[in-house]
Ligand binder design. Structure first.
Ligand SMILES: *Cc1c(COP(=O)(O)O)cnc(C)c1O
Length: 379
């Protein structure tokens, strides 16, 4: 960093910003399979309702509702319905963020800031935990996963907890199912998370819950040190509106509410999320179609013996070329990604593999054709 910015923290100079589309935007891209969004925009009925809401109900000159009460109520009903909870879930168990990214940052501020704690992540995983922690000067302890199924290396995880002292690990982040690898938490992993002491917060990010239909929400009543994160950016097709939520015990929720900005969620985004929940019978049927497509794409990709493709419980697939060495792998992956981009498909090169979002059947077919050709030439 140059001298005229000498007021900037020195550790931030080393940090690279998160790049949504590495390499920049391009005009030839037709198939955007790199950010796990829904391939379809909102249905016109919902867009019209939202337009009407903007015209009739939203006062643009007024700050948004800072309590998010109605939205939280709608979220509580949705969770209650999808998890068949015995105990009543109330708005006190929910905090809403400007995307779940904001909630991740609030959690880091509330737990580890000021030298109070480190975080533990198992890679490959969602990169924002590490990026946000680093921007706050919070140390990130990294362990690996087993290559067979990408479950956590539990021995390494326990050693990290036992041996990290300065500062100790205060938060463990897991994704259920994981991004970019698509695997859900297994019984042994859940048991290990249950074994963690109460002074370690367990964050279970269920961004892909609607695709996996597996959740730990029913267990939250017994686990005061667990918190679940969800988002409207994936199955609910609202990535443009930036709405995420957290579910946890009311005391922890109170802390998150203290940490967030007072008007963190624009009125239009609150309205969009409420309407999406009301109209979910119009939105969520696409989830089943995406899963069917995922299985179709998976079977086609597994026929290519140059590629190793893992099973996924989310709306994306993860793969690695089989015959690469540690030395040339990143180079090969970068080449495939670049050539796919030149052909019109964006995918994500991450965690020593390739993550491909499931799109519409047409997008998937075009991408499969491009990938076949590139793999033939490159591997
Ligand atoms: C997409 C995604 C999110 C969603 O983030 P938003 O800020 O709500 O858009 C969170 N966690 C994981 C693991 C994701 O893949």
């Amino acid at each position: 960093m140059s001298d005229h910015n000498s007021f900037i923290r020195s550790d931030l100079a080393q940090l690279a910003a998160y790049k949504p589309h590495p390499g920049g935007e391009s005009e030839v891209i037709v198939d955007r399979l790199d950010t796990n969004e829904s391939p379809l925009d909102l249905p016109v009925e919902i867009k019209s309702k939202l337009t009407w809401t903007y015209q009739q109900e939203i006062e643009a000159n007024r700050y948004p509702n800072g309590s998010h009460y109605e939205l939280k109520q709608a979220i509580a009903e949705y969770i209650q319905e999808s998890a068949c909870l015995a105990d009543n879930l109330t708005t006190d168990h929910i905090s809403v963020g400007n995307g779940s990214d904001e909630l991740i940052r609030s959690l880091l501020i509330a737990t580890c800031l000021g030298g109070e704690g480190s975080i533990l992540v198992a890679v490959p995983t969602f990169s924002m935990y590490g990026i946000l922690a680093t921007t706050l000067g919070i140390p990130v302890v990294t362990i690996d996963r087993k290559e067979a199924d990408f479950s956590l290396n539990l021995k390494a995880a326990q050693e990290a907890i036992d041996n990290t002292n300065n500062p100790p690990i205060r938060v463990v982040f897991v994704v259920h199912p994981n991004s970019p690898t698509g695997n859900t938490l297994k019984a042994e992993e859940l048991d290990w998370l249950r074994s963690l002491p109460e002074n370690i917060l367990v964050v279970i990010d269920e961004a892909y819950f609607e695709f996996s239909q597996t959740s730990v929400v029913a267990e939250l009543a017994q686990r005061n040190n667990w918190i679940v994160l969800r988002t409207f950016s994936k199955a609910f097709r609202l990535a443009a509106h930036r709405v995420g939520y957290a579910i946890a015990n009311p005391d922890l929720i109170t802390v998150l509410e203290k940490v967030r900005l007072p008007y963190n969620l624009p009125s239009f985004s609150q309205a969009a999320a409420k309407i999406a929940l009301q109209q979910r019978q119009l939105l969520l049927p696409l989830v089943a179609k995406t899963i069917k497509e995922r299985e179709r794409v998976w079977s086609i990709l597994t026929e290519n013996n140059q590629l190793r493709v893992w099973q996924s419980q989310a709306n994306f697939l993860y793969l690695r070329p089989r015959n690469t060495t540690a030395d040339n792998r990143e180079h090969v992956l970068a080449d495939i990604t670049k050539n796919l981009k030149a052909g019109g498909t964006l995918i994500r090169h991450t965690g020593s593999g390739l993550r491909i979002t499931i799109g519409t059947p047409e997008e998937n077919d075009r991408t499969l054709q491009r990938l076949e050709k590139i793999v033939e030439l490159n591997l």
